[in-house]
Design a protein around this ligand. Structure first.
Ligand code: HSE
Length: 421
């Protein structure tokens, strides 16, 4: 079987290398010899550690009849959509690691592909076979929830902040130097990369056709030393979680920094590693852990898709032969999310301030669960107040924060995080 690699960067190089290095095993497992025959690059002058034909003319490659599988590793959304559409029109198999492309166009691509194989194992959590897990391994289950640490950069940053008291910008710089972050790190720290991956998982679990704009996405940029102090003091760690949850009122899809009790399994996943916990109604909780990024780990997922194609294995791309069982499931409106909240307020430290805050909360159906004021965060005539709430409605919490923002005793933008119990 002949493979073209569109985009020979860190992952593309590893795809070619592993196909060659493990050729005998791969051939024994797939029943075919799988050979990388051509790679497309933007800059032909850049030195690459591969020994197959390279070209910068993508159109000449996608029209070739002697290629059986096209591996798209270009990145971006609109350009790869155009290219992949062309390939699918020619009924040629596609494998991609491109989560942004799928976050926007997975249903269009699934329609276009029809019976043509389309693999995207590498698009979520790199080396963890999470697509296969949801689509094949857990296909008997009604999925109750998915909670994932699926952005290694954020997990690396938050781990360093929690463990070593590192400061956000310094540790982001380090993550970039180590090559974990996306070209534009806003995609990582703003939660967008995790949201793209969550949308892919939500299609497999719930058949939900949502786009990034439709779901709640918050990043980790505003977490500071006071939040780290509170988390440590109250037995939590902070993780950027991607959450999909089936509730009586609809499917919650959200990505945000989250306070997670330290004894939860997912709280123990540190550094650049990824992990996904999935609860199915038959199987109970299952958890998957591994490298979410990096050339070799991502290539491992890409090649598993190529091997499936060689074996002739075909599952419905997004997990459903018909939408009957999931057609009733709707995305829950962001404002209707019900959870526990943490609120941090920097205020003037004077008579009546706390009473005014708690009044505003109670008038808006926010019930306080715990409260902390500590001299550690006194700052002249100001101090920081920390609250956690009982289960509250997202819209109510946002409304209270908007009201608080207008009080003259509030000295900084109020900050809120959600808590997973
Ligand atoms: N920037 C991503 C991460 C890479 O940090 O997890 C893998 O998608």
């Amino acid at each position: 079987m002949r493979v073209a690699i569109l985009g020979v960067g860190t992952v593309g190089e590893q795809v070619a290398k592993i196909l060659i290095q493990n050729a005998e095993l791969i051939s024994a497992r797939s029943g075919k010899n799988i050979t990388p025959v051509v790679g497309v690059v933007r800059n032909l002058n850049k030195k690459r550690d591969v020994n197959f034909e390279l070209t910068d003319d993508i159109n000449s490659v996608i029209s070739r009849d002697d290629i059986d599988v096209f591996v798209e590793l270009m990145g971006g959304v609109d350009e790869p959509y155009k290219i992949v559409s062309e390939i699918l029109k020619r009924k040629k198999a596609v494998v991609t690691a491109n989560k942004a492309l799928l976050a926007y166009y997975r249903y269009e691509l699934a329609n276009m592909a029809g019976e043509t194989p389309f693999g995207f194992e590498a698009s979520v959590a790199g080396g963890i076979p999470i697509i296969k897990t949801l689509r094949e391994g857990l296909s008997a289950n009604d999925i109750q929830s998915i909670k994932g640490i699926i952005n290694g950069t954020c997990n690396y940053i938050l781990t360093s902040m929690m463990r070593d008291g590192a400061n956000f910008s310094d540790v982001l710089k380090k993550a970039q130097d180590l090559g974990y972050a996306e070209a534009d790190p806003t995609f990582d720290v703003g939660g967008f990369d995790a949201a793209h991956k969550l949308l892919i998982l939500a299609s497999l679990a719930y058949g939900i056709n949502a786009r990034p704009e439709d779901i709640l996405i918050e990043g980790i940029e505003r977490i500071n030393d006071a939040d780290i102090y509170f988390a440590n003091d109250f037995g939590y760690t902070i993780k950027l979680l991607a959450i999909a949850k089936k509730t009586a009122n609809g499917v919650e899809l959200r990505v945000h920094p989250t306070l997670v009790p330290k004894d939860h399994m997912i709280a123990k996943v540190d550094g650049v590693m990824n992990a996904v916990s999935i609860v199915g109604n038959a199987v109970g909780e299952t958890m998957y852990y591994g490298a979410g990024a990096g050339g070799a780990a991502t290539a491992s997922a890409v090649i598993s898709d190529i091997i499936d194609i060689a074996r002739g294995i075909s599952s419905p791309m997004l997990g459903y032969k018909t939408q009957n069982a999931v057609s009733e499931l709707k995305l829950l409106d962001k404002d209707e999310i019900l959870t526990h909240y943490y609120i941090r307020l920097k205020v003037e430290d004077r008579l009546g301030v706390l009473a005014c805050i708690t009044n505003l909360m109670s008038q808006n159906s926010i019930s306080i669960d715990s409260f902390l004021q500590t001299p550690n965060f006194d700052d002249g005539d100001m101090t920081t107040l920390f609250f956690t709430t009982h289960t509250s409605r997202e819209a109510d919490v946002k409304h209270v924060l908007a009201l608080l923002r207008d009080q003259e005793f509030i000295k900084d933008e109020p900050f809120m995080m959600r808590i997973e119990q």
